[in-house]
Every structure is written in C-alpha cells, then in structure tokens.
Design a protein around this ligand. Structure first.
Ligand code: NAD
Length: 496
C-alpha cells in the first residue's frame, strides 16, 4: 500500500495521522492511501511559505519567469507519467488526460510572460516635476483548493501565475486524486524553484478550514462544487481574505432548427460524454427549438451513441472511463430513476453497462433522456455523469429564458447558421462563457475562466488577465524630487 504524503519545504513528508483510501475507479481496488493533514501540518506549510516569501518576492521577475520556462519543459517531458497517475485515480482515458495536461501547460506559458504582465503603468509629469506609477505587488502566502476532476489542469490554473507574480503557495488538492498534483509540484523543485515557495498539503475539511482562517493566508482560489464554493467564499471573506470560488454548472446547448445537425451531434457527443460528463463545462442539457429539430437530434444522437466505448484508462481506444466513486455512480443512477418517475423518457440507458474484466469498476454508459421539463430533479441538479437531457421548446426566446432561469451560469452554446441569432444570444444570455457552434467554450490561458450566477463567487475569474489581478495588489506611487533651492509654499486646497 502506497502512502501519499505532503510536499513541504521542498520535501515529501509523511507525518502520522488520519488517512483516506484512494481508489482506482476502473477496478475498485485500493492500492494507495492519502494522508489527511492536521491543522498543525497545514500551519507548518503556511509558516514555510511565509518564511520563503520575502526572498521570492525580491527575486527579479525575469528569474522567476525562467523557473516557469523550465517547469513547462518538465511538464512536457513527464506528460505521459502525469496522464498515467490521473488515469489510476480519476479513470480518465489517456487522450483526455493529455488534453487536460496541455491546457494546464498553456497556463504555465502565460505565466512565462510575467515580466511583461507585471510592468505596471507610468505617467510622467502628472503635476509640476511629479511622476506617478502603479505597481502590481504580490500578496504573500496564497492558497488553492482544487477538485478531483482536473487534478493537473485546475491546480495549473492557479499556482504558476500566483508564484510568478511573487507570491508563495500552499495547495490543497482533491483527496480523491492527489498523486498527479503532488508529482507536478515536485517538478517545480527540479525547475529551480526555491524550497518553501510551493507547498502541497493533502487533506479534507480540517486542512481547508485552517487555510481559510489562518491570518497569514492572504488569498484563496477555490474550484469545486457550489455548496462548498459558497462556504469557502463566505468563510474566507469573514476572515478578511481575497477569494475567488468557482462552483458547479448545468451547461445548456441550444440547437436551432437551421443548425447543421450532423455537426451538432458530433460536437454534443464529446461535450456531453467526454470524461464521463465529469467536467464543469460538460454540456448536459440540449434545448431543441421546434419539435422537428428535437426529433432529428434525438434520432441522430441515439444512432451515434451506439458506437461509444466505455472502459478503463489503460485502453486508449475507449471514449471515456468510469465515474469517480461507487457512491457517485449510485447518485447518477438515482437522477435517472427520478427523471423516469417524473415522466421523462430514457432513450438510451447506460445503467446496465458492463465492462469486461472490470466487474468492480464504477462504470455507467452514455445516457440520453428526452421529454425533460424544468421542474424535474434531474434538470435542476448538476448530475456530473455521462447524461444528456433533451428539453423541447418552441422559440429561441423560450430557450434563452430557460438558461437564464437556471441557478448556474458557467458555460453555454448555440448551434445555428444564423449570425444574427448567434449575436443576440451571446449579447444577452446570463452565462459567463459562451460558445457559438463551439460546445466547450473553455477560454484559452490568455483570457480568463469563470461563470456567472452561482457558478462563481467573487469578482475576478480564474487565470489569464484576471488571474494577474487576483494574485497582485496595486500600489500607486506619486513622486517629486524638489529642485535644489526651490521651496513649495503652504497650501490647504486639495492638490489639483
Ligand atoms: P468538491 O466541492 O467536493 O471538492 C472540492 C475541494 O473542496 C476538494 O479539495 C475537497 O477536499 C474540498 N472540500 C470538500 N468538502 C469540503 C468541506 N465540507 N469543507 C471544506 N472543503 C471541502 O468538488 P469535487 O467533487 O472534487 O469536484 C466536482 C465539482 O467541482 C463539480 O461541482 C464541478 O462542476 C466543480 N468544478 C467546477 C469548475 C469550475 O471551473 N467552475 C471546474 C472543475 C470542477
């Protein structure tokens, strides 16, 4: 049995204490246990980061960026191993893990541009012989708390940018898939990052609560489910910390009658069932405008879904893998049962899917549900499984109203050939990330990622330009060097 420890001051440490099983979701086997940090261990990591802060803050930004250049190379060199670790604990197929790692690396590439990003602004002669400039200064010790479903990419949204901006970091990854995150953090040491700048504590609520309340922690980035995001945001705010807490989602795609249906079906397959639907940007609801569009779509989806292959991460020909746990599979099955009870029609049912040789895996096949209505439990909740629900409406306005009425506002997409409709949609829909014939509109690393409504608590989105703002505070300096012999007179008027 392997024990997964913490990474503090450049070393893996394994203090005695509580542990939790880490399960391989394809086999159901438990080969590893992860240590759950006590408040004292978290305090040690925070102290370490605090000690490392002054020297790191004063390291020239170009030198900080050079660490990120090396880190990017190491991530590329080790991508296969990282994908293997993700597969073992999350169950993601290698092509999907490779995509996640690549999107993570793009955030490191953005961080490499720190010398340009942190230049600040300068104005000469704002008054007689007075110059003024703004600097973006680091905050100090900052923390990230991350979910199981992107164990490499989501941490990479956070710490490369935070660190290159001059902060030191304590990361608390998901206890359900911790190994790839821990491995990636260790690569930073190989890239030349001084010990103590990056620390990882594994754990659960006890570790998180220490991070949220410890006065040395200045900012909290969180990604996970909405109830926990709300708790993180209110607790961190009450403790006087800056916080961005990204939550759950229910992403709708509108399919207009003029859409290229074959293209829409291909796009929907990957966006709904990729990664077993365990993505915050998964498309989980299709809103078909008009019954003809609905019938065509359901027919074509049903046919296309017969070819989907579910299985273990070790076989790259599989389209997607298992769910994260047996409890989660039961929860997803429960939503299907409730949809059926509330009058929806299960067109393709993944509940009896068996994967040969993996009898104890947490598999559920791709599922399509038609005739869904907005009062159904399966519609209101984030299912987080390979389930696509179809709602039929008569007009685009009704489709948009449905989306706006939902509590989540992470991502959405419209399939259409009508530019005017698409523009109206992107202008008016109450959702943070919008696709036009693009099913998973995940912003690239030099934009920023974030939803609206109860998909994000806080003002700034993750990574990109908003990430720079989140991990720095602005200081504006106004300077005059009086010429020798010149004395200013006394004035009580406001300077103008
Ligand atoms: P989760 O909320 O259960 O856990 C996220 C993190 O919070 C983990 O590190 C976990 O240890 C910690 N945590 C859990 N319960 C806690 C508690 N009571 N107190 C303090 N900390 C606690 O989420 P998950 O199941 O790991 O991930 C899936 C969820 O994350 C989905 O809802 C998904 O939509 C969301 N997600 C959102 C985004 C986004 O960008 N908006 C991205 C990825 C995942």
């Amino acid at each position: 049995m392997t024990t997964i420890g913490h990474f503090i001051k450049g070393e893996i440490v394994t203090p005695s204490g509580r542990t939790q099983d880490v399960t391989n979701p394809a086999t159901g086997a438990v080969d590893k246990q992860v240590l759950l940090a006590s408040a004292e261990t978290v305090q040690e990591a925070i102290d370490t980061a605090q000690v490392a802060f002054p020297a790191w803050r004063n390291t020239p930004v170009l030198k900080r960026a050079r660490v990120m250049f090396k880190f990017k190379q190491l991530l590329e060199d080790n991508a296969e191993h990282i994908a293997e670790l993700i597969g073992q604990e999350h169950g993601k197929i290698s092509h999907d893990a490779a995509g996640e790692i690549q999107r993570g690396i793009e955030n490191v590439e953005f961080a490499c541009g720190a010398p340009q990003l942190l230049k600040g602004e300068h104005s000469r002669n704002v008054g007689p012989n007075i110059d003024s400039w703004s600097e973006l200064q680091p905050l100090g010790v900052v923390t990230g708390i991350t979910p199981f479903n992107f164990p490499a990419m989501v941490p990479l949204w956070m710490f490369p940018l935070a660190i290159v901006c001059g902060n030191t970091f304590v990361l608390k990854p998901s206890e359900r898939a911790p190994s790839s995150t821990l491995f990636i953090a260790q690569l930073l040491k190989e890239a030349g990052l001084p010990d103590g700048v990056m620390n990882v504590v594994n754990g659960d609520k006890e570790a998180v609560d220490e991070l949220l309340t410890n006065p040395a922690v200045k900012a909290v980035s969180f990604v996970g489910s909405t109830p926990i995001a709300e708790y993180i945001y209110t607790t961190a705010n009450a403790a006087g910390k800056r916080c961005q807490a990204l939550g759950g989602a229910k992403n709708h795609a509108i399919v207009m009658p003029d859409a290229d249906m074959d293209n829409a079906v291909n796009q929907l397959l990957g966006a709904a069932f990729g990664s077993s639907g365990e993505r915050c940007m998964a498309l989980s609801v299709v809103v078909a405008v008009g019954d003809k569009a609905g019938d065509t779509l359901v027919d074509k989806m049903q046919q296309a879904m017969t070819g989907l292959k579910v299985g273990a991460y070790t076989d790259a020909s599989n389209d997607f893998g298992p769910l994260i746990s047996c409890q989660h599979r039961d929860k997803v099955s429960g939503y299907l049962a409730s949809a059926e009870q509330q009058g929806a029609k299960i067109v393709v049912d993944g509940r009896n899917t068996k994967v040969e040789g993996y009898d104890n895996g947490f598999f559920i096949g791709a599922t399509l549900i038609d005739g869904v209505t907005k009062d159904m439990e399966s519609y209101k909740a984030e299912i987080f499984g390979p389930v696509l629900q179809v709602i039929r409406v008569d007009t685009m306005q009704q489709a948009m109203q449905l989306i706006d009425d939902h509590e989540y506002g992470n991502g959405t997409c419209i399939f259409t050939r009508d530019g005017e409709a698409a523009r109206y949609f992107s202008d008016n829909i109450q959702v943070g990330m919008v696709g036009i014939n693009v099913p998973l509109p995940v912003p690239v690393a030099y934009h920023s990622f974030g939803g609206w409504k109860r998909s994000l608590f806080g003002d700034l989105h993750a990574y990109g330009p908003d990430g720079v703002r989140f991990y720095t505070k602005r200081k504006t300096i106004t300077q005059r060097w009086p010429s020798s012999g010149v004395r200013e007179g006394v004035s009580f008027a406001f300077p103008s």
